[in-house]
Each structure stands twice: as C-alpha cells, then as structure tokens.
Write a protein that binds this ligand. Structure first.
Ligand SMILES: [Zn+2]
Length: 452
C-alpha cells in the first residue's frame, strides 16, 4: 500500500533561493509545454505526448543557460505531471461526459507553483540526516519526526503559503493487521458533534475556523489597509496565510487523531456515504427564485466543511486497509435519522430541530444522532450479510423536488458554548441508558440472513 510521509524542511537562505529558482523553472517548463500542446492542437489538430515534450525540453535546455543551471530531473517531472493532468482530465471527460477544463498555464502571482518533484536520481539521503537535492547546494536539514518505512521512489518539496517547507515521500508500507478489538461501531457524521458513535460517545466538532475567526478577521483587516505592492502588505499577507495554515494544521491533527483512535478500537466501522458537495451547497437560489435563509445556510456550510467529512472518510478508508479493519459504507439513501433503531419503524418526517428521537410505536427516546449511528451500524452489518453481492436496499428513483443530499443540522449553541479544548470524547445525556455491551460482535451473528 502506498502511503505519504511528510516532514518539515529547514533550508538555509541559499538553499531556499535555489529551490525557489527550481520552482520558477518548473513553472516555465509547464507553461511552455501547455503552449506547445495548445499550438499543435490548434494548427495541426494533433496531440503532443510526453516523448515529444521531453525532446522539446532538451532543445530548450541546450539553448538556455538559465534552464541548464537547474535540475533536468525536476523539469522532466513537470512535463510528466502535465501529461498526467491531461490524462486525468480526458479520463473524466470520457467517463462522465462533463467538459472539465484542461490544464492551463500557472502563474507565479497565484502561488501556482510551489512544488518541485525529484525522482530517485534527483535526491539522496546523507549520513548526517540531511536531504541532498539536485541543483541545491549542500544538504537540506530535515526534521525526522518518524522513520521512513522503506525507500521512496521520489520526493516532493513544497513551500506553503505560510512560508514553511516540507518534503513529502510516497512509500510502500506493508499492511499490519492489528489484533481483534472485539467491537463494532456505527458512525454518524454531524456538525455539532463531529462524530457520534453508536455506543453513545460523541466527539465534538472543535470548530477550528470559528475559534480563529477573530484573529483571522483582524489580520485580514490589516492586509486590506496596506498599500498595494508594499513590503508591509506582503508581511500582512504572510500573516493571513499563517492563520489559515494554523487552522488547517489543527484540523488535520484532529482528523488523524480521531480516525486512528476509531480504527484501533474497532474491528468493523460503519459509516454513511455522504454527499458533502450537495450538503454544503449554497442556498442562494436563482434570481427568479431566491433561496431562503441564505446566511444561515452559509454558516452551516462553513461548519460542515470545517469538520472535513470527506477527509475523515478517506482517512478511515486507508487506515482500515492498513490495520486490517473493515470499513462498511452504508448507502446514501438509507434513512438513518428517520428510522427507529429499536423497532425499525420509519417516520415520514423528522424536523432538523428535533434533537431527540421519539418513537411512537416502541416508545424509544434517544438522542437523534445516536439513533442514526445505531441504524448505520445495523445497516452496515446487514450489508455484509447479503452474500449475493446485491445491494439490500436498491437506490430509489429520484423524485421531483427530492433533495440530492442529506440534511445536516447544527444544534443551537446559545448558552452551550463548545468546548474550548481539543475535541475529546464526551458522554452525552440520553433519555434511556445505553446498552454498550450489546454492541459486540455478536450482533453480526444474530443478523445473518439465509439466501436461497
Ligand atoms: Zn421504535
């Protein structure tokens, strides 16, 4: 399995300058290659492949002393990346029929190129722990926070908008199955509680963006007041970028800690297949038919995106493979919130403001999200029982006016401030005691179905 390992780099001033120069060259090569491809298509209606672009690069390097001073390896990687980007765009066009844009030129002003890729030939590990890179004097200091499990095929050096350097390695790792934990879990992703577990635990949404909102607004105001093109403006911009970088770091840390803890503690994890893009769509509407509660929806969208559902899902997926766990994805159309986890009765309607699920048939009273998580668990375990490879619940046909995404709501937070610390597990108060011991692996045995 291929996994990314990332380390912080501390280049000297000269090394940083050399790396930035390499980035400029790669950007130039990329843009020239884009122009060449476009010209060939427009004039001769023929595609230009990797081989032809590389030959053009060789000619350009022979003519330009500036390009020759840089690493040929990195410049060829830029061509390779461009070809891969074209390939991906054509693939999407072919499979979906959508007219996705083809790769275009990259501008320095947009921060469009802050990456240099080196192949195996372009980098070397020094005995003193440094990283020697082609075209960069000396060896760059690396903070090895953990060891690399195997030799990487290449390295990508990046400069982020907060001015930090990183080296990313893609390495092959062996899957290491963890000993059985003897537990299964259903997960409901939400906004107030980022994760609700079927055993009643909740992991709150740390709301990274909101916590830094004021500091960010302050630095953005400072940026707006600075004169265009001035050095103070550049400093203010770096300050804003640093705020964003801190938010992203905190979010990534939260996601990794939560997903690793979940994968370690459970054999089977059931999640819902959520359409994040649809869920966080704007409520703006059209000019003829303006939407309602646009601002409220925007705030909710910010909260949805702040949790990073998609990242949590993809982290759970790869960590499950890595540690020999089983991740089961429940169909998006499964009414996990509206169904009673006690008797299976499905309610026709459930308002977003109803935080506690009341069942009229069996009298179950349970936190809305815990009820959903339990349903997701049951559905996930049932999915597996269908050995014929058929979906147990076929996707219903789309009806007119049917929402393309599930709704997520945010609990009213007035008088209930979110925890200021990092998002730890918290117990919640539910109207009925939670039979935690009932959620053992025995459940899967009792749900078994027989097929003809
Ligand atoms: Zn019920």
């Amino acid at each position: 399995m291929q996994v990314g390992y990332r380390y912080r780099l501390y280049p000297t001033v000269e090394q940083a300058a050399a790396l930035i120069e390499q980035m400029s060259m790669c950007r130039w090569v990329w843009n020239e290659a884009v122009a060449l491809r476009r010209r060939a298509w427009k004039v001769e209606a023929r595609p230009v492949g990797f081989g032809e672009l590389c030959r053009a690069l060789t000619v350009a390097r022979a003519e330009s002393a500036w390009l020759r001073a840089g690493s040929a390896d990195c410049q060829q990687q830029a061509v390779r990346e461009l070809c891969a980007a074209y390939g991906r765009a054509f693939q999407v066009r072919k499979s979906t029929g959508r007219a996705v844009p083809l790769p275009g030129p990259r501008r320095k002003r947009d921060g469009g190129w802050r990456t240099v890729r080196y192949t195996r030939n372009g980098h070397r590990f020094d005995s003193d722990g440094g990283l020697a890179l082609a075209g960069v004097p000396g060896s760059v200091e690396v903070r090895w926070t953990r060891g690399l499990p195997s030799l990487p095929a290449g390295v990508t050096v990046t400069l982020d908008s907060a001015g930090r350097w990183h080296a990313s390695f893609t390495v092959g790792v062996c899957e290491q199955a963890l000993p059985p934990a003897g537990r299964v879990i259903g997960l409901d992703l939400g906004v107030s509680a980022a994760l609700t577990l079927s055993d009643g635990q909740q992991i709150m949404n740390p709301r990274h963006v909101r916590r830094r909102e004021r500091a960010l607004a302050r630095s953005q105001r400072a940026l707006a007041r600075r004169q265009r093109g001035s050095k103070n403006r550049a400093k203010a911009r770096a300050n804003v970028a640093r705020q964003h970088a801190r938010t992203a770091d905190a979010r990534r840390d939260f996601q990794h800690q939560a997903t690793t803890a979940l994968v370690r503690a459970h054999d089977v994890i059931c999640v819902e297949d959520l359409n994040v893009k649809g869920m966080s769509a704007s409520a703006r509407g059209a000019v003829q038919q303006p939407g309602r509660k646009v601002r409220q929806k925007a705030g909710l969208n910010r909260a949805i995106l702040d949790v990073g559902f998609a990242t949590i899902r993809s982290q759970l997926a790869y960590k499950a493979v890595l540690y020999g766990r089983d991740l089961r994805v429940v169909d998006r159309w499964y009414p996990s919130s509206k169904t009673c986890s006690g008797c299976g009765q499905t309610r026709a309607k459930l308002a977003l403001t109803e935080r506690v699920y009341h069942c009229e048939r069996c009298g179950l009273v349970l936190d809305r999200d815990v009820n959903a998580a339990r349903n997701i668990l049951a559905a996930g375990l049932a999915e597996r029982q269908n050995g014929c490879g058929e979906r147990i619940r076929p996707r219903p046909p789309r009806r007119a006016g049917h929402r393309s995404a599930k709704q997520k709501t945010r609990r009213a937070t007035a008088g209930n401030p979110l925890p200021q610390g990092r998002g730890g597990s918290q117990s919640i108060q539910t109207a009925v005691p939670m039979p935690t011991s009932g959620l053992s692996l025995r459940i899967s045995g009792s749900c078994r179905r027989t097929h003809p």
